[in-house]
Each structure stands twice: as C-alpha cells, then as structure tokens.
Design a protein around this ligand. Structure first.
Ligand SMILES: [Mg+2]
Ligand SMILES: [Zn+2]
Length: 158
C-alpha cells in the first residue's frame, strides 16, 4: 500500500486569485514546490483534490484546467518534484445538481484511495478551507491547514 500527501490546490499550492485557470495567473505559494519534493523523496503519492466549480459556471473548461495542471507539473519538474495525480470536481449544486465529489464530500479521495491503493492511516492532507479539513477527516486522514505547516517547513529549510 502507498502513503499519500493530499493537497488542495487554490490557496494551498497556488495563490488563490479567484477562478485561476490561465497559466499567467498561476503563482506558487512560496515553499510549496520544495514541500512537495520532500514528500516525493519519501515516496508518498502526491495527489491534488480540487473543487473547480468555474467549469459548472462556464467560466473555463476542464481542458483549461488540465492544461494548467500540466504546467504545474512542468514547473515542479524543474526542481525534481512532481504531483502524481490531479482529481477535480467540475460541479456546482446550483448548476449541475448535487454530486458526490465536491468537497467536503469524499468522492475524489475515495477514487484516489482505490486507484493508488492508499493507506489512509499513514496519509496526510493539507488545505486552506474548512471543507478541505472536513473532507480529509471524513476519510480518516490526518488533516491540517497549510499555512501553519508551511511556515514551520520554511523555517526549517531556510
Ligand atoms: Mg483552497
Ligand atoms: Zn463533483
């Protein structure tokens, strides 16, 4: 079985500017590429789970998001880091009806657990919003807010 680092995207990996989908609007939160690399080196699967309701609202397409995710991995690769998989929820209840994947629902994590054979008790989740934490906890995963953990991490490497 595999251990996993589950990460939210907006506000956790990149600065949340609201409906980020253009490459030129993408900006890593300081320290996160190195943080990811550390988990790559420890052989965790690094898995992003992200609500992208902008797709349901017609602001951008799933293809736009996929292009951005490819860009994120290209940038990470420059320092020898990578994300193993991105799971996104393209839904919003007001536009597409209720789904089972929009956080705090657990559909994305449940899929990842199956597809990557994840041991939840040895995995960890970081996010910036209460629904991230709730989603992780519902799946039995230790879940924390990224800001405190990342500032601690940056103190150790600087
Ligand atoms: Mg977020
Ligand atoms: Zn969904």
């Amino acid at each position: 079985m595999n251990r996993a680092l589950f990460l939210d995207r907006d506000g956790t990996i990149n600065i949340d500017k609201g409906h980020v989908y253009r490459i030129e609007d993408f900006e890593f939160i300081s320290g996160i590429p190195e943080f990811i690399k550390q988990y790559n080196n420890k052989e965790y699967k690094v898995i992003v789970i992200t609500n992208q309701a902008g797709i349901a609202k017609g602001y951008f397409t799933a293809e736009d998001v996929n292009k951005l995710h490819k860009h994120i991995n290209e940038e990470l690769n420059k320092i020898g880091a990578h994300i193993d998989a991105f799971y996104m929820c393209p839904h919003h209840p007001d536009y597409t009806g209720v789904c089972n994947c929009r956080k705090p629902k657990t559909g994305m994590i449940e899929r990842a657990i199956k597809e990557f054979n994840i041991n939840v008790s040895q995995s960890i989740l970081y996010g910036d919003k209460p629904w991230d934490i709730e989603c992780g906890l519902r799946c039995g995963i230790k879940s924390y807010y990224i800001d405190t953990v990342l500032s601690d991490f940056k103190n150790k490497i600087s």
